[in-house]
Design a binder for this molecule. Structure first.
Ligand SMILES: [Zn+2]
Ligand SMILES: [Zn+2]
Length: 677
């Protein structure tokens, strides 16, 4: 997506007693089109409607529609129009909440029956009428909570929001702010009559007619305020953009994303499945998906072996004592599953592998000669995720991480961390992932109280981390306030082919845990010193990473990862023997191969193989049989004849070099395919 133009930075003076709209008009700023100023930013940093009248002379910052804040207001206003349209057509519908979200908006409704696609079409048509009629969004302040209660007596969910004094998520709600209760009326511009109203803190566009490119996307069930204990509502999602062009571009991106959705491809290619009897968020890896896991794992093993890692295996359930030592108990109890009682002792499913690896380190006295000590494990962990948060294999309740920990001296830590970054770089480039960067999460300078208060430790960890990051030459951005309470961290982020950011792995130079766990080594001078620990998992977890790769390649995995690498298709039934002969040769060379022995016609067989995204299709006819040859059909559609032994060498070479030729054959919009890089 192109970067939006620079925000209109200059400030506009609004005299006391004048509306912002008047002042903006006098300043010659646009009031229609995608450049239109839709709200202003007041000196206290709050956003105000253009109808706002300051009591004293005030400088405000004009916010155009294309600016992120402007888009937010546009989408929030579109959400109001959606709710108005729904209540016009379904007067019995009760309103939940309706916020803008990234690139979109939604509104929740309590209705008897879920909305169907035809309902959505009708609602969208009604929205268009409201937009066209150019209703004004008009702010009104309630004199008291009682007045609000009386006016909203027929909206039970809004009443609940008014009465919710807990303050939980209050600042996140669009409905109520910190101060006075306000309502927004949609007012007919000719008659001045109020057409519809919603409890809301605003601000909003001046008029519905500024919503040029809006579209409803889908509806889905959602619990009131995200809790399974509450009633189930129906959520309608939509998207809105300043221009029709931007709307169409966005819809194209969504279509591309749907084609690449790992849940759909995972089903089509038989990579994984879920079972109601086993439970939500607990994937079953099918034979095809397991092949991809095994290939990635073998790659990681080889890479780690070369860098001096040793493999360990540790248990999935563990006594509470370890988690009191790590601090998971009692502080992170909510992320853990309830304990299992074994002979009066409490055992937990492990949420991470780190404490186990620390115990491996601690099992023997360690000398400086053993450092760096690197241990790796594809370790399975279990974390509590609410069912509403589960997402295919990308967000599950159990997953297996490409985990390792490096125990080293403080002096070695920078080079070790640099080695970890280079490892990420090598892995990602080999997979054709070139659009990645790092995020350095640091302490929030404005709020240092919430961090562990060993200043020397923080400075050491930050210095080592930043030095290694700079030396790696991988671009990075800083995230003040994103650090863990005990140290900085570094996330690797990808921009996916559909433009979404994806957090691939988290890394840390950890100088805090060694003290907590008593992880030391004997220095050459005989003194006991704490080690530094480096946490890393460049390939994430199998679940998340293979989910990502499935979308990245659109299911067209490179030959080395493809579950079925070669498919032999005989042109006629009497060539089946020759086809099996080829299969045996290819199989013995160590490749994954199958024969299509079905009665289907040749074209249908090729189509099936193409749909299964098999990278190398061998079509064999009589001439090939006579010449001990095969005709290779690539994903590109190119065909090439070659002798069987030449083909085997060629295929092995594609595997050994982890070639990306033909991988990711779904061409992303406005981006190059991984194979092009
Ligand atoms: Zn609102
Ligand atoms: Zn760790």
């Amino acid at each position: 997506m192109p970067e939006p133009p620079n925000p209109v930075a200059e400030r506009v003076a609004v005299p006391a007693g004048t509306t912002c709209a008047t002042a903006l008009k006098a300043a010659g700023l646009p009031s229609s089109g995608p450049e239109a100023i839709v709200v202003v930013r007041a000196p206290d940093d709050s956003l105000k409607d253009l109808t706002w009248i300051p009591d004293v002379d005030t400088d405000v910052e004009p916010v155009p529609m294309f600016n992120p804040d402007g888009l937010y207001v546009l989408r929030h206003s579109a959400a109001h129009v959606l709710a108005q349209a729904v209540q016009d057509l379904f007067p019995e519908a009760k309103l939940g909440i309706g916020p803008p979200i990234e690139n979109a908006f939604y509104y929740d409704f309590d209705v008897e029956t879920p909305f169907n696609p035809e309902d959505l079409n009708r609602i969208e048509a009604r929205m268009k009428e409201i937009i066209k009629s150019g209703q004004r969004f008009q702010r009104r302040v309630f004199s008291s909570a009682d007045e609000a209660r009386t006016e909203l007596a027929s909206e039970p969910y809004k009443l609940e929001l008014i009465d919710d004094t807990s303050g939980v998520n209050r600042t996140e709600l669009m409905e109520i702010g910190e101060g006075e209760l306000t309502i927004y009326d949609n007012v007919d511009r000719r008659t001045g009559e109020t057409c519809w109203s919603d409890l809301c803190r605003g601000p909003h566009l001046p008029s519905t007619k500024m919503i040029y490119g809006a579209r409803l996307l889908r509806s889905a069930a959602a619990y009131w305020r995200g809790s399974e204990k509450n009633p189930q509502l129906q959520r309608i999602y939509g998207t809105a953009w300043p221009t029709r062009n931007e709307l169409n571009e966005h819809l194209q991106r969504l279509e591309e994303a749907a084609k690449r959705d790992h849940r759909r491809i995972g089903e089509d290619l038989d990579l994984f499945t879920f079972s109601a009897e086993i439970g939500r968020g607990l994937p079953l890896w099918m034979p095809n998906g397991t092949i991809i896991q095994d290939e990635l794992e073998e790659w990681a093993r080889q890479t780690e072996r070369r860098l001096g890692y040793q493999r360990v295996s540790t248990p999935h359930i563990t006594k509470d004592a370890l988690y009191y030592l790590s601090g998971h108990l009692p502080y992170y109890q909510d992320d853990l599953y309830a304990p299992i009682d074994i002979e009066g002792e409490q055992y937990y499913l492990r949420p991470m592998n780190c404490p186990h690896h620390h115990m491996v380190y601690r099992a023997r006295p360690r000398s400086y000669r053993e450092l760096p000590f690197k241990i790796a494990e594809y370790g399975t962990v279990y974390r509590y995720e609410r069912s509403g948060q589960l997402y295919g294999i990308m967000r599950t309740r159990g997953f297996t991480q490409n985990d390792a920990h490096i125990y080293c001296t403080l002096d070695q830590a920078k080079d070790q961390f640099l080695e970890v970054m280079r490892m990420h770089d090598d892995y990602y480039r080999a997979l054709g992932i070139t659009d990645f960067y790092m995020v350095l999460a640091l302490r929030d300078p404005a709020n240092t109280d919430k961090y562990h208060d060993d200043e020397q430790m923080w400075q050491d960890a930050e210095r080592i981390t930043v030095e290694a990051m700079k030396e790696s030459n991988i671009p990075y951005v800083e995230d003040p306030g994103g650090a863990a309470h005990y140290g900085p961290k570094v996330d690797f982020m990808f921009k996916t082919v559909t433009g979404k950011p994806y957090a691939a792995s988290t890394n840390q130079v950890d100088l805090y845990t060694p003290n907590r766990f008593g992880l030391t080594y004997t220095h050459s001078d005989g003194a006991e010193k704490p080690v530094a620990v480096i946490h890393r998992a460049p390939l994430g977890s199998h679940e998340r990473f293979i989910g990502f790769l499935t979308e990245h390649f659109g299911g067209a995995f490179p030959v080395w990862l493809a579950p079925e690498q070669v498919r032999v298709i005989p042109i006629m039934p009497d060539l089946l023997d020759y086809a099996y002969k080829i299969r045996d040769v290819v199989l013995d060379a160590g490749l994954r191969v199958d024969v299509d022995a079905s009665d289907a016609r040749l074209n249908a067989k090729i189509r099936t193989a193409v749909t299964r995204k098999i990278p190398l299709i061998l079509v064999v006819g009589r001439r090939e049989a006579e010449q001990q040859a095969v005709s290779v059909r690539y994903r590109s559609g190119d065909e090439k004849s070659m002798a069987v032994d030449v083909f085997v060498e060629h295929a092995l070479d594609l595997v050994r070099s982890k070639s990306l030729d033909g991988a990711g054959n779904l061409r992303p919009t406005g981006d190059k395919t991984p194979g092009d890089s």
